[in-house]
Design a protein around this ligand. Structure first.
Ligand code: HEM
Length: 117
């Protein structure tokens, strides 16, 4: 799907977050925020380590600590991603043979971001 596909997918994901009940957690400028996340996902999905190059050590759990993330917020976040991944082959050329693994990663990694009961 290339970097372009990933940046486009994350733009759409942040558009979903924009309309969600967890909108208040995110910064005003969702375009810039989506690019920070996209940089991370490019590295995660086998591309160059853009996030580390631009922002340093990911330390994702630590970076999420300022936000009170509970199970409900995690669910909203995952539902937003789920909608984006629908028809992801047509929209971003997401290789569908990797989709199940990617969904599993999101489900597991997002559980690690929960820091509030
Ligand atoms: C697979 C799980 C997740 C991954 C890979 C992930 C990844 C990221 C990345 C790369 C950033 C940008 C960090 C930066 O500012 O440099 C970020 C920011 C953020 N994430 Fe997550 N995240 C995950 C789960 C969640 C969940 C479940 C929530 C809340 C429900 C959440 C809320 C936020 C918020 C509020 C920000 C700050 C927005 C900003 O300033 O850019 N994240 N996340």
């Amino acid at each position: 799907m290339g970097e372009e596909g990933i940046f486009s997918m994350m733009r759409d994901f942040y558009a979903e977050l924009e309309d969600s009940t967890i909108r208040h957690m995110f910064p005003e400028d969702m375009e810039t925020a989506s690019k920070r996340s996209a940089a991370f996902f490019v590295g995660l999905l086998g591309g160059p380590p853009l996030y580390q190059q631009q922002f340093g050590n990911p330390m994702m759990r630590a970076r999420h600590l300022p936000f009170a993330i509970d199970e409900q917020a995690r669910k909203v976040w995952l539902d937003c991603f789920d909608r984006v991944l629908t028809d992801s082959n047509e929209k971003y050329r997401f290789p569908q043979n990797h989709l199940a693994d990617f969904r599993r990663f999101l489900a597991e990694f997002s559980a690690w971001m929960v820091n509030t009961r």
